[in-house]
Design a protein around this ligand. Structure first.
Ligand code: KG4
Ligand code: ZN
Length: 346
């Protein structure tokens, strides 16, 4: 079976071709067009602007994915598009592209949950750097950290989830981006903060660890961003070394909270493995420290391959390939619409 997958929930237009043979997935192409340069001008993603860019890019992205995979459209057995959550105008462009192909060429169409896609990014897939050979042992505890989401989910299998905790305000990636804006870095600021943090002292400034002592598994990051703002308001002249200390101390606070809550969730839910996925999973401090902590408690950690941390279509194709429930309930192209607030595990 060949799956043509498309992702357009935010500011990345991506398409991939995934081959599935006897339960083994292989990534035949992984095409990704980022809109970052456009949105950097506005300091964040403008939904209507994102949708217009998706509309321009979507056909060339599909074409490139098919060309790289050496697969004609008629050999595609299943179309998979991100149906939600995400920005409604952006999602609609990808869904409409899928609906048109499905309707015209009679290819079944399935709508995939974007968060499930992030989770599926650690499922085994050949042809990818850093991919795993084996499926994580289930149930797994997934820490999903991205620009729009910070969630702890218990994954019983792909398609069956229990939401254990989530952010009550900003997502972890969003807090990185907002602090980066305060420091004058371009959008998205997560990678720049983690780069500067390498030169700084994580203990230089004691930022709050929001909700660390709260017994729930929920997160809150907006107070942390406000603490950084107050600090920077008082210090208008900042040396490179001082900025590095702010970045390192801020990153330390976020990572501390993410890890503490993940360990607490592991204690409560007793999973067989831990998954770290989403854009913020690219953060080396988080990757390394969570690996150390998981080792201490004897749980295998599956971290998204770097190529699949940011939004991409390979993860959407993998979710389509491995979520049997999803493929069993293919939605008709005539009726599929965007689900911008689609939550997993409720
Ligand atoms: O998953 P993703 O590509 O998009 C969403 O679904 O939101 O995540 C993007 C987020 C951005 O907030 C970006 O700043 C953050 O991931 N990010 C990072 C790093 N690389 C990307 N945050 C911290 N450290 C990084 N190295
Ligand atoms: Zn995402």
């Amino acid at each position: 079976m060949h799956i043509l997958a498309l992702e357009s929930s935010c500011d990345d237009t991506a398409a991939s071709v995934i081959k599935v043979k006897r339960g083994q997935a292989t990534c035949l192409s992984h095409i990704h067009f980022s809109q970052i340069r456009t949105h950097a001008k506005y300091g964040g993603v403008i939904p209507e602007v994102a949708a217009r860019e998706h509309a321009v890019t979507v056909v060339p992205t599909f074409q490139e994915a098919l060309r790289k995979a050496h697969i004609p459209l008629r050999a595609i057995d299943l179309l998979a598009v991100t149906q939600g959550p995400g920005l409604a105008p952006a999602l609609s462009v990808g869904i409409d592209a899928g609906r048109i192909l499905s309707g015209l060429f009679s290819i079944p169409l399935v709508g995939i949950n974007h968060i499930e896609g992030h989770i599926a990014s650690v499922w085994p897939c050949k042809g990818l750097r850093g991919g795993y050979a084996k499926t994580p042992e289930l149930p797994a505890l997934a820490l999903v950290v991205s620009g729009g989401h910070t969630e702890l989910l218990l994954v019983r299998k792909l398609g069956q989830y229990r939401l254990l905790g989530k952010t009550r305000d900003d997502a972890a990636g969003e807090s990185f981006d907002k602090v980066a804006t305060l420091l004058g870095f371009p959008y998205p600021g997560g990678p720049e903060i983690s780069k500067r943090a390498l030169q700084g002292n994580p203990r230089a400034i004691l930022f709050p660890r929001p909700m660390l002592n709260d017994p729930s598994l929920d997160f809150s990051f907006s107070g942390l961003k406000t603490a950084v703002r107050y600090l920077l308001d008082k210090k208008k002249k900042r040396s490179t070394a001082y900025v590095a200390d702010v970045c390192a101390s801020f990153e330390r606070a976020v990572v501390d909270v993410l890890i503490a809550k993940t360990l607490r969730a592991a204690k409560q839910a007793n999973p067989k493995s831990v998954l770290l996925v989403g854009g913020v999973a690219a953060n080396m401090q988080l990757r390394n420290d969570l690996a150390v902590e998981c080792k201490k408690i004897g749980l295998p950690l599956f971290t998204a391959p770097q190529q699949l941390t940011a939004d991409n279509a390979t993860m959407i194709g993998l979710a389509a390939a491995f979520n049997k429930h999803n493929c069993g309930s293919r939605i008709k192209w005539k009726t599929m619409e965007a689900l911008p607030g689609w939550e997993l595990g409720r």
